[in-house]
Write a protein that binds this ligand. Sequence first.
Ligand code: SF4
Ligand code: SF4
Length: 366
Amino acid sequence: MEDCMEQIFAKKDYYEIRLESIGGLGANLCGKMVGELAVRYLNLNSAGFSSYGSEKTGTPVKGYIRFCPPDREIRVHSPIVNPDLLVIFHQALTNDQSVWKGCSARTQVIIAVDQGQEEAALDRLPADIQTCYAVNARQIAMETKSRINVVMLGAMAKVMGFVAPEHVRQICRDNLGRKYPAALEGNLKGLDQGYAQVRTVRKYPETGTKKEASAAPKDSQEWGYVTAPIGGVNPRAGSTVTADLSPSRQGYVPVFIKERCINCGLCDSTCPDMVFQFAKGTFKGKEMMVNRGLDYYHCKGCMRCVDVCPVNALVRGVEAEHLEKQYFLPNQDMLRVPDYYVKAGPDGYVTSESYLTEKRMEGGEV
Ligand code: SF4
Ligand code: SF4
């Protein structure tokens, strides 16, 4: 293991890890544990931080960790642009071009993929990436009653190649044993399974022929002063109304049993993400707002609605058993303009007040 580290630091100053995740999957804690592991058990210097917005579950999270030998100081504290190890906590993130930013042939990639999703995730892998590993983190987490972050921690320890399993177990005990003693056994099992089950899905040149470079995603989602939309509106803001929050779900969904629903509206006022689709209707002969279904696209699986429903019309279900969701109803307000946040200007829905005044003066219809 020491030889492995010597080889790494002979070529470059730092070993750099970037975590790409979604709020709620525990990447921040995972990053902290990895940093602590390096200092306490690998005799390395380490520095790390996470970047996330003010929102909670469901928004993008990035974690950055740097290692270097103990006789050097870490003087760089910026986000990691060219990672040696890129860890993607959910396969849906492979759709986001910014996730692949700065990756090259030397970047090792680990992706958390659900069963049946591996091929699609691999199709989105840039051609430059030569080594990729996959682990079914969500299923392992559910089976072991642990969290996705510990499964990914186990997978990272295996892939890095210079971390002893007993050390990563100890760091897990030190951190999670204090905070969540009741969940420690499950978390250790999840960690072990992550270590054992992470598998190679691409390793050039051994496991296949390299794809044409044109298959790599284009790095096209960077906004700058030239490419920013009119008015500086960021169409990819962390708004939970426009964002696809389904990757935040950790294996469970609220299942709606409409026959039991009394249309009290408690779920709608509790849900933080505009999932419930109420509309005028009748219930027991009275006109009222009626719960017609859920837009699962926005549901992050927090289960607050299940807790609050007084008649068990919403129950916790294993998502793999409810792939066809009976009352999946896309948000009608969002449907009317798919590019609601992209369109800007006079003919768009994002229309300035000054423009409206101008139109009024011209006798136009506003
Ligand atoms: S809380 Fe339960 S009963 Fe009330 S509207 Fe929601 S699903 Fe229906
Ligand atoms: S689990 Fe319920 S409360 Fe939470 S986001 Fe989904 S619908 Fe809303």
